[in-house]
Design a binder for this molecule. Structure first.
Ligand SMILES: [Zn+2]
Length: 521
């Protein structure tokens, strides 16, 4: 009897240790939900982004999505409730049905494990939804409806996102990348998460002061790379500013130039517990931004397409990269504008197989893919490519050439075909895909390093392509993310706006203090 009782007691103790932490332990370890929704979507493109374009991670999959969770120290600092992360490569505007579906599924999962001490909200910040302004502001309000205002929300963003007053108010902590290209994307998210855990562990809770300053500047990302001045120095000033006593974090958003809402402009924020330090930090960064506004220029020399091609054909340097920037799918272009490829194939230099070698990456063309797969490698194929989504500048293009490669299984493209037309290797995809790595080319049997000219639908070159180029020009081609912002027909952004309104007066760059969430007077 005595032994039985002891075993029973032991089982009871083990169960208590294993299944539910003591109330003491529960207090020490905050309960945090992980939530994410991200896309950058252009309203100047006829493309739409539907739910099937979003990659999603649910439940425990989310721990492997974030590389920093391999650090068990961070894992052990909280009880985590991963919900749903949805991300799409940039594209066109999101229909309300897709938005409601993604938000609804995420909120349903969020409702399951309440209450929360914290929510980590991972967004891009430049989502556009048909008929809905400021989707991220809407999303965070709906998260608040679920979790209430006792919960701290830490929002992590892309520096090309937009920060409305509503988003700033509902976020207790908020930050964004400090590098473009975004080599610090994971590090920034980790900072947002660690700041949240710190505030919960220390029981300091919501920061007392959040300063928000709208800066009336709207610039394309291709003019604001932090690899070159003036963005390099501007963004380098952020980290030291956050070392001050009473300042938790600060951030500068360039904002998103290819959507037309009042929230599309640059923003500076700082927050912490010392009102003066917070206000001054935000004001200094905002003034710095405004003072260097005239120094922003394109990351590479630019030209019309013909100017770029003339120079590349003339050049002895190879590979000579040309960015087909107006239809860059990673900024929100449809990715199927045929204008550039049409112009390239018209050039006499590329008509013969002995012309300068050129790789064109890439154009979606499901009709050609189907014919090429049927005909096989080495066969002649003729079919239309592109112009299904965005035919405003040129119609679908009939190309006729030899199939050089057929590769199946890419997660974005699904099927990729290389068709040789004259001296041009055209990469045709079933679905649109950005070409950002050397392997993207070599997988298809192409050698970009030994090619005279490589044209990519991209803006600034991502690091791997940048390191490969012998020379580089950015062609100002038409499309949904036209780099020449003055060609865009803005109706709803705030005016005056630099550089659209050249002679505007200096704006008011004093700090506006956003109410602590839930304390709106
Ligand atoms: Zn970005």
């Amino acid at each position: 009897m005595r032994n039985k009782l002891n075993l029973f007691m032991l089982a009871l103790i083990l169960c208590c240790v294993g299944c539910s932490p003591s109330p003491e332990a529960q207090r020490q370890s905050p309960h945090i939900a992980l939530v994410g929704l991200g896309i950058e979507s252009s309203t100047f493109s006829p493309a739409q982004t539907h739910e099937d374009a979003f990659h999603t991670w649910e439940g425990d999959e989310i721990f492997s999505y974030y590389p920093f969770f391999s650090d068990s120290a961070l894992l052990q600092r909280a009880q985590w409730s991963p919900t749903k992360i949805s991300r799409a490569i940039p594209g066109g505007i999101v229909p309300p049905k897709t938005y409601e579906s993604l938000v609804g599924k995420t909120l349903d999962l969020l409702k399951q494990n309440q209450p929360y001490d914290g929510v980590f909200l991972d967004i891009h910040g430049a989502m556009s939804v048909v008929g809905l302004d400021d989707p991220e502001g809407d999303f965070i309000e709906r998260i608040r409806e679920v979790v209430g205002y006792e919960t701290l929300i830490s929002t992590s963003m892309d520096l090309h996102g937009n920060v409305s007053w509503r988003l700033a108010e509902n976020s207790d902590l908020i930050t964004c990348y400090r590098l473009a290209p975004h080599e610090d994307a994971w590090e920034s998210r980790q900072r947002a998460l660690e700041n949240l855990v710190d505030r919960l562990e220390s029981e300091k809770g919501k920061p007392a002061y959040k300063a928000w300053i709208p800066v009336p500047i709207l610039l394309p990302g291709e003019k604001t790379s932090t690899r070159i001045e003036p963005a390099k120095r501007l963004y380098a000033a952020v980290a030291p500013a956050t070392e001050q006593e009473g300042v938790i974090d600060a951030a500068i958003w360039v904002g998103y130039a290819w959507a037309d809402e009042p929230r599309n402009h640059a923003v500076v924020m700082a927050y912490g517990d010392d009102q003066q330090a917070v206000g001054e930090t935000a004001e200094q960064l905002a003034e710095h931004f405004w003072n260097v506004r005239n120094e922003f220029s394109f990351v590479a020399p630019t030209g019309t397409l013909d100017e770029c091609l003339d120079q590349a054909i003339e050049s002895k340097k190879k590979p000579f990269f040309i960015s087909d920037s107006g239809d860059n799918p990673t900024a929100g272009g449809a990715g199927d504008v045929t204008w550039t490829l049409t112009e390239v194939l018209k050039r006499p230099e590329f008509k013969s197989t002995s012309g300068p070698s050129l790789i064109y990456a890439s154009i979606p063309g499901p009709e050609l893919i189907e014919k090429a797969v049927e005909a096989g490698i080495g066969s002649k194929v003729e079919a239309h490519v592109g112009g299904i989504v965005d035919d405003r500048y040129a119609p679908p293009l009939l190309i006729s050439g030899t199939v050089r490669a057929i590769v199946q299984g890419d997660k974005n493209a699904e099927t990729e075909v290389v068709v040789r037309v004259g001296s041009v290797d055209v990469i045709v995809t079933k679905k649109r895909k950005p070409y950002h790595t050397e392997a993207d080319f070599t997988r298809l049997g192409l050698n970009p390093r030994e090619t005279d000219i490589v044209m990519v639908k991209i803006g600034y070159l991502v690091p791997e392509l940048y390191n490969m180029q012998a020379d580089w020009l950015l062609a100002l081609t038409p499309g949904g993310v036209d780099q020449d912002l003055e060609r865009l027909d803005y109706q709803r952004i705030n005016r005056p706006m630099f550089p659209l309104d050249k002679d505007m007066e200096d704006p008011d760059l004093s700090a506006r203090f956003v109410p602590v969430s839930g304390q709106d007077e």
